[in-house]
Design a protein around this ligand. Structure first.
Ligand code: ADP
Ligand code: MG
Length: 391
């Protein structure tokens, strides 16, 4: 069991800084997901933990011990890459025990064959591939091949398990099944795990700790629920969710008072509780949190828009609209199939106070409302850090 700490970790390739001061603790036995768009530095961060890349700055610690200079074989990590390669001429059993043969020195140098077979069987059972131990990789399904790759890393009893987009080569159905398998596996074998993905579905279902990265920096590190419910900035807000959060820049207050900002009208109590006066701000509302309103009083936000496209997804409509005064602006909302909304309709949408997010226009950072108790947003990278507290 190992706690991993990254302390001001940096990586530069030539003059490109691809990891820019990452501070992060990955608790013992937990599964941490690094999520972010392609090129944001996820793989580089993982490779530094594995010892496959040197750090350009900062410190990496396992259980408090500096690991910067430790060679990969001393780190006791098991790694599975997106493009895992199995030995095609070897059986599944041989592929699995190959991991044991190249295992770092621990205990007696040569394990008894019987012990080795027992271990292969144990790991094969755990991964439900014990019935194909005599098969060769080409005789396996994609999911089974993926399990062999996982088994090959796990059979060495690593202290740290590193996975880099391990499911990207699988088709969508299999990916969903394997992601549940991985959740089960982690519950049964709680090894400190770092899981890299650009797939938010995987990230939200698997993570104990979800770390959203962008351009080599951490934008937010918290539980998936918290990242979803209280995104630290507009990048996280727009990245998470499918589709992501609607974000509108609302102009400074008009003549009608603080809440009068054209097609997006915000209750003055909402603005006051976020410390927003008459200045322009960014407002965010998730597509699933907007509803059609017909004059209900007391809503914190109201949005007037015109429908451009209606997609019927069976379970709901995904309605794409534009703010009435700004034809180029995007409003996306999930509505009931029975709502009868059609292309061209002018509609008014509303959202409850706890579903309306405000962000600083310049810093893009979340404005945490006063009186909603317990700031829990953690943003690393620029040193800003709000204390965690009870909700
Ligand atoms: P991610 O895994 O998030 O997609 P990577 O960590 O692979 O991103 O890459 C981050 C950035 O670092 C990218 O711009 C990539 O081109 C660059 N990069 C990665 N490895 C190298 C390397 N060995 N040499 C130069 N640039 C690299
Ligand atoms: Mg990558």
């Amino acid at each position: 069991m190992t706690r991993i700490e990254l302390d001001g970790v940096e990586k530069t390739f030539g003059s490109d800084q691809v990891v820019a001061g990452v501070d992060l603790t990955m608790p013992d036995g937990e599964l941490t997901v690094l999520l972010g768009p392609s090129g944001c530095g996820k793989t580089t961060t993982l490779r530094m933990i594995a010892g496959l890349e040197q750090l350009s700055g900062g410190e990496l610690r396992f259980d408090g011990q500096r690991m910067n200079e430790a060679p990969p074989e001393r780190r006791r990590v098991g790694m599975v890459f997106q493009s895992y390669a199995l030995y095609p001429h070897m059986t599944v059993a041989a592929n699995l025990s190959f991991g044991l043969a190249s295992r770092p020195n621990r205990g007696p140098r040569r394990r008894a064959k019987a012990q080795e077979r027992a271990r292969v069987l144990e790991i094969a059972r755990l991964l439900e591939i014990d019935h194909v131990l005599d098969h060769r990789p080409r005789e396996l399904s994609g999911g089974q091949r993926q399990r062999v790759a996982l088994g090959r890393a796990l059979i060495r009893e690593p202290d740290v398990f590193l996975l880099d987009e391990p499911l990207s080569n699988l088709d969508a159905n299999l990916r969903e099944r394997m992601r549940m398998e991985l959740a089960r596996l982690h519950a049964e074998l709680p090894i400190t795990t770092v899981y890299v993905t650009h797939d938010q579905g995987e990230a939200l279902t698997l993570a104990d700790q979800l770390v959203v990265m962008h351009e080599g920096r951490i934008r937010q590190a918290a539980s998936p629920a918290l990242v979803y419910d209280r995104p630290a900035d507009t990048f996280v807000a727009g990245f998470l969710g499918s589709p992501g959060m609607n974000l509108w820049t609302v102009p400074a207050a008009g003549p009608g008072g603080a809440g009068d900002r054209g097609d997006v009208r915000l209750a003055s109590e909402l603005l006051a509780m976020h410390g927003v006066g008459t200045e322009a701000t960014t407002v965010g509302i998730r597509p699933e949190h907007l509803e059609l309103v017909r004059g209900e009083p007391g809503l914190a936000a109201r949005v007037r828009c015109q429908v451009r496209v209606v997609e019927n997804l069976g379970s709901h409509l995904l309605v794409h609209a534009a703010l009435a005064s700004e034809p180029g602006s995007a409003v996306v909302v999930k509505l009931d199939v029975g709502s009868g909304v059609r292309r061209g309709d002018r509609i008014e949408l509303g959202a409850r106070e706890d579903h309306v997010h405000l962000f600083d226009l310049e810093t893009t950072r979340r404005l945490e409302p006063a009186g909603r108790g317990g700031a829990v947003v953690v943003v690393a990278g620029d040193g800003a850090r709000e204390a965690a507290g009870a909700r």
